[in-house]
Design a protein around this ligand. Sequence first.
Ligand code: PMP
Length: 423
Amino acid sequence: MDLEFDRNHIWHPYASLLNPPPVYPVVRAEGVRIFLEDGRDLIDGMSSWWSALHGYNVPELNHALRAQMEQMSHVMFGGLTHQPAIALCKKLVEITPPGLNRVFLADSGSVSVEVAIKMALQFWHAQGKPNKNKLLALRNGYHGDTFGAMATCDPVTGMHHLFAGQLSQHLFAPAPRTPFGQPCSDEDIGELEKLVVQNHNILAAVILEPIVQGTGGMRFYSADYLRRVKALCDAYDLLLIADEIATGFGRSGQLFACDHAAISPDILTLGKALTGGTLTLAAALCSDRIAEGICHGEAGVFMHGPTFMGNPLACAVANASIDLLLSSPWQQKVESIETQLKAQLAPLEKAEGVADVRALGAIGVVEMREPVNMARVQEALIERGVWLRPFGKLVYTMPPYTIAEADLTQLTASMVAVLGEMA
Ligand code: PMP
């Protein structure tokens, strides 16, 4: 492959074009393995950023794509509809927390967050409360890279200062500190509660990643905290936007992270694993109240409609992915991945340079005391046949649910060896 051209002309995620980090040429992927051009193969510990739940080159997903392609790859969704979209939206209404009956299909996670924010703002506008137009987000949160979404990301890690004046100004509460599995103290929710009490007249919604704060720190927090946020939203007439783009479809041990707290948000965003990691597709679901409120308003419609909305290929493969997931013992598999991650990463708890080791569902995290040299750690892991992409102080894995016990053992053993050596 022409890596010289790649280095000089192609942006990769969060990368410099002056001093680009290494990129490894891939020729194919199968099961949980990624095959490099030079003949090596790697056990995938990333599920291509939370998306490839079933691994790669999955016959059921390939079949769905081929069959749909023979019918139509795409038609516009304005004024037309089709079975793949109807079947998918029916499934989403059925499996997501109760009350989320209305579905907007979007092209990517960030776009679905834009849609969710727009829904909240348009809802309050329609209620005659246009001043309720700010969001309350959490520190360490991450919701995407487009401007609306970026304005709700952690201001420090999201580098808000670079875009000062261009970003909507929102309010931020401290990140929850109560660990998963523990009751939330009054103190932990106190600052958020204060912000809600003082600002509910200008707040449209609270936006958060339920239970797992992903890209902004890989932190797992109390379901009780989430329940209390929901109760505050109800008490002070704020909407709750739950961003399950990363957590949706079983990753945290429940089908949706909101299920840990048995709550239904007003608006829910999904993406990533929606198509089992094959095509880009996302969704923003909302309750009847939000949908009806928006449509009774001045505009009479919801003001959004992407060109590739409801893409039939993406919907068809999403249907196949959800069917495959729900017909598999996914919860058992995720539980056993969690058990294995906890047991096999435990030796790092006492390693020098390691601040914390944690696992929830099919997510394992090693937090170092200092930022790691991504290129160096990655290279050392590749030498051991493992693909991970650390960032900052975090070296973490969220493997496909289909990973075999022996492959996961090789993956965790490589993390233990490489991070042990680094320290
Ligand atoms: N929200 C969350 C919680 C995410 O993890 C991500 C992606 N990392 C996004 C939104 C943005 O999704 P996308 O990259 O598909 O735009």
